[in-house]
Design a protein around this ligand. Structure first.
Ligand code: GLU
Length: 515
């Protein structure tokens, strides 16, 4: 008995970066295959030799692996020609396409078209002038087989066209239901150009049939190609697969999602510090929903268990960055410290504030505390170094001049608080503990009679350069421990900050004038 389990494929062209639209197509194919214990095939559609590049293919493999979409058959598993269905790169299958085109010619299902480009252009212009659809006139349809063969043998250039009947072309689409195209909309499509290059619709169909693809799941930008492909299946006498065309992804302004809307490539989301499970979860919900629920968070296994093509919606999906961020925060919160540290470190190393590797146990423990404090405050990991900048650097001259700070510092109460704070801090031994710091603030409060934000804002500015930020209880140990660590650029201690701040304050021009 033959294997009746589904076989699906993701068939990207390596002409650019994998973007969210195609990644969702890959994900839905993968989920469908995993749900049905079917086979997920990766096929590289690289017949456009000018635009296909090895680096895009390599990046594609990386991106799919990063997303967790492992493939069961494809070019990275074994060499060309392996297994009954390879090779998996179209550029390595040209002889297969030519053999099959010959078969159609022999059957009379396809014919040689000797029309020159000039003839075709003239026909098109006439059609435009007469407001007629621009379809091939069928001039070469009736050339007798013997004449056609003789002209080809004499070296006349020809394309190969499929003979389309008069009946409308119908097929079933799992997402859209019954679909029908008039035969004229298809005309007699070219299968192989006069250059010898086979065209997309033809190679895709030959591959899908020979690779025994049972379900063609792809973007609806290919919906208008499907009648041509259906006609090719019929010409060969091959059974049709099921089709499922996924709706377009739109930006918030309801136009097709593009670079104008911000990041769209998988590589860019990865570089921003979006987690793969957040992106997969997000993409899964972009046009699909689990049965009977409003549930929004799913692991890959849960998605695979729940996924049904029948629940994919036909209406366009709108890409919503806020929801992606919400999911990313959810998965960041769930990530164990080891994973978070490994994911976050490169973002700090790139800024030169952390080493590229954490070999020192004390630094590692400190970094975990830093992440514990700041990760809940970010949507994506690339925001972390900026969020933690008060820990890593302290520029007193900027801190005293920053307009919001300057307004706070200009208050007479702030000046009294800071003088008291500086004097008392100088008496505290290093490292300052959170308890000692708290006691010190209480002493400043008692000595000056200033409380609330009039007390806390100036102190915070003197330690961090900003009037808001995390609790002192968390901040003080991070600064004090950090200042003892062998980091690429030393973290200033609480004492060093306060002293630099006093100097910067004293150096302000109006202070000098009033002194
Ligand atoms: N290579 C086509 C593309 O990247 C996909 C073809 C298909 O899925 O049928 O859009």
């Amino acid at each position: 008995m033959t294997d009746t389990r589904p076989r699906v494929r993701f068939a990207p062209s390596p002409t650019g970066l994998l973007h969210v639209g195609n990644a969702r197509t890959a994900l839905y194919n993968w989920l469908f295959a995993r749900h049905t214990q079917g086979t997920f095939i990766l096929r590289i559609e690289d017949t456009d030799v000018e635009r296909s590049e090895a680096r895009f293919e390599a990046q594609l493999f990386d991106d799919l692996r990063w997303l967790g979409l492992d493939w069961d058959e494809g070019p990275a598993r074994g060499s060309a020609g392996d297994g009954p269905f390879g090779p998996y790169r179209q550029s390595e299958r040209l002889d297969i396409y030519h053999r099959h085109a010959d078969e159609l010619l022999e059957k009379g299902a396809a014919y040689r078209c000797f029309c020159t480009q000039a003839q075709l252009d003239a026909e098109r212009e006439q059609a435009i002038a007469a407001h007629q659809p621009q379809v091939y006139s069928g001039r070469c349809r009736a050339i007798p087989a013997s004449e056609s063969a003789a002209r080809a043998a004499a070296g006349e250039a020809f394309a190969i066209r499929l003979r389309i009947g008069a009946e409308p072309i119908r097929f079933h689409d799992i997402v859209r239901g019954e679909v029908e195209f008039a035969a004229e909309a298809v005309s007699d499509p070219i299968l192989v150009r006069s250059s010898g290059m086979p065209v997309y619709n033809y190679v895709v169909t030959v591959d899908d049939a020979l690779m025994q693809i049972t379900h063609v799941i792809r973007g609806d930008d290919h919906l208008s190609n499907t009648p041509k492909q259906v006609a090719i299946y019929r010409a060969f006498g091959w059974p049709l697969p099921e089709f499922a065309h996924l709706s377009t992804i739109l930006g918030p302004d309801k136009t097709r999602l593009s670079k104008r809307h911000g990041a769209t490539s998988i590589a860019s989301f990865r570089e921003m510090g979006i987690l793969p499970e957040a992106l997969c979860n997000y993409l899964a919900l972009l046009g699909w929903g689990a049965e009977g629920g409003t549930r929004e968070t799913f692991s890959m296994d849960e998605l695979a268990a729940e996924f049904r093509l029948e629940r994919v919606t036909a209406s366009p999906a709108i890409f919503d960055n806020n929801k992606l961020h919400w999911l990313n925060r959810h998965y960041l919160k769930q990530s164990p410290p080891d994973r978070l540290a490994a994911l976050a470190l490169p973002f700090f190393a790139a800024r030169g504030c952390m080493p590229g590797e954490l070999t020192d146990a004390a630094t590692r423990a400190w970094f975990d505390k830093l992440l514990e404090l700041y990760v809940p405050a970010v949507d994506q990991l690339d925001q972390l170094p900026q969020k933690c900048s008060a820990i890593f650097t302290f520029d007193a001259d900027i801190a005293v001049r920053e307009p919001e700070n300057a307004a706070i510092l200009a208050n007479e109460s702030a000046q009294r608080v800071l003088a008291e704070f500086a004097a008392r801090l100088a008496q505290l031994p290093a490292p300052v503990t959170p308890e000692a710091f708290k006691a010190l603030i209480n002493d400043v409060k008692a000595a000056t009679g200033v409380k609330g934000k009039d007390l806390f804002h100036p102190v915070r500015i003197a330690i961090t350069g900003a009037h808001s930020g995390p609790e002192f209880d968390k901040l003080i140990p991070l600064i004090e421990t950090g200042s003892t660590l062998p980091l690429p650029s030393a973290i200033p201690s609480v004492h060093a900050r306060a002293a630099a701040f006093q100097r910067a304050l004293a150096a302000l021009p109006d202070r000098e004038a009033s002194a």
